[in-house]
Design a binder for this molecule. Structure first.
Ligand SMILES: [Zn+2]
Length: 356
């Protein structure tokens, strides 16, 4: 996520802190230790989601810590409802495990008064005059219970909402289940927003806005996915497209871009073999570096995945997102038969959305 920096790496997942998180430390400077400890357990919670996701073959690149909680960025959505169920429940279960494991040790160590007093302090705001570190440790312990309960609320796309969707999806299908879950998300967001406003809790207000927007965008995403799964590359492939020779110069490429609507080109060598791929951005960079007389071969990218014409648009979109490219060459029987771009895909979506 933009504006965040890496603080650790666990099991191939980089743990990042967003700059806004530092604000939290400034605002709660007095409770520095408390904030740090709470976010240790938030990280543990996100790691649990991530490790289960990895078990199902879903790559998790990073966990970002924001003032309102953690986000594990998964490369794709889980395909099966049971996968989403286990990924989602793993986080809250981790916090519940902490609560169970440390219940007797902490109660014995600090005594019931301090132990339960710390839990009560979240609701009453009461702090004992003879403030002790044991009290803070118990507060941090109870944060795990609050995290578990809060995350289990069916406020999609929070964990509870995802669990709800996965259960509904078994019977209703993914799309309908998502619609219902998104409604739950919106209702809870409005509720959180109302409580936040009434009690002047800014954090709750921010969480409300975040949940509302995230619920909407996941709803749209699922619609997009359903539409794009119905189409294969061959259904939308333009019949004519231009290719470049590796020894063409960039002035020639500019001319082609201006005269056609094509902005990305496969570079084809002798015997029709694809040598590389040039995007509009590559051309711009190439002209910057070598001038208009520079050669295509000097600015083309060679490590570009190609997609087969049988692939669904949804899969193509995933590849584009994973590799951060806006266009891909399409091959059939080892030969380049065209290119597919993000614009092609969004055109299909905007024409088909709402029809199905
Ligand atoms: Zn979670």
């Amino acid at each position: 996520m933009r504006g965040s920096f890496k603080i650790a790496q666990v099991a191939g997942i980089s743990i990042n802190v967003h700059v806004t998180f530092l604000l939290l430390l400034i605002v709660f400077g007095r409770f520095f230790f408390f904030v740090l400890a709470v976010f240790f357990f938030v990280t543990l919670h996100e790691l649990a989601h991530s490790l289960v996701a990895k078990k199902f073959g879903i790559n998790v690149k990073e966990i970002t810590l924001l003032p309102i909680g953690g986000i594990a960025s998964m490369a794709k959505m889980p395909e099966k409802p049971y996968q989403e169920f286990f990924i989602s429940i793993a986080g809250p279960l981790t916090n519940i495990a902490v609560v169970v494991i440390f219940y007797f040790p902490l109660r014995t160590l600090f005594g019931s008064d301090v132990f339960f007093g710390a839990l009560g302090s979240f609701f009453t705001g009461y702090m004992p005059a003879d403030f002790k570190y044991g009290f803070v440790i118990c507060q941090i312990y109870w944060v795990n219970l609050i995290l578990a309960i809060f995350n289990l609320l069916p406020a999609f796309p929070m964990d509870g909402g995802r669990i709800l969707r996965s259960l509904l999806a078994q019977r209703l299908g993914f799309r309908k289940a998502t619609k219902i879950a998104v409604n739950f998300g919106h209702i809870f967001a409005i509720l959180f927003g109302y409580i936040g406003l009434m009690h002047g809790r800014i954090i709750l207000l921010i969480i409300a806005v975040f949940i509302y927007m995230a619920a909407s965008s996941e709803g749209v995403h699922v619609d997009v996915r359903a539409v794009l799964r119905k189409f294969r590359v061959k259904d939308i492939l333009p019949t004519n497209f231009l290719t470049l020779a590796p020894d063409a110069n960039l002035a020639k490429v500019l001319e082609l871009i201006f005269h056609s609507h094509q902005e990305d080109f496969p570079v084809i060598g002798p015997s029709d073999r694809m040598l590389g791929f040039v995007t509009r951005q590559d051309v711009v960079n190439g002209i910057h570096q070598y001038g208009v007389n520079g050669l295509v071969s000097s600015c083309m990218r060679q490590e570009i995945p190609s997609v087969r014409d049988q692939e669904t648009l949804y899969d193509v979109q995933n590849i584009m997102q994973e590799r951060s490219v806006k266009a891909l060459p399409v091959t059939k029987g080892g030969k380049v038969v065209g290119i597919v771009t993000t614009e092609d895909i969004s055109r299909v979506y905007s024409m088909m959305a709402g029809r199905s």
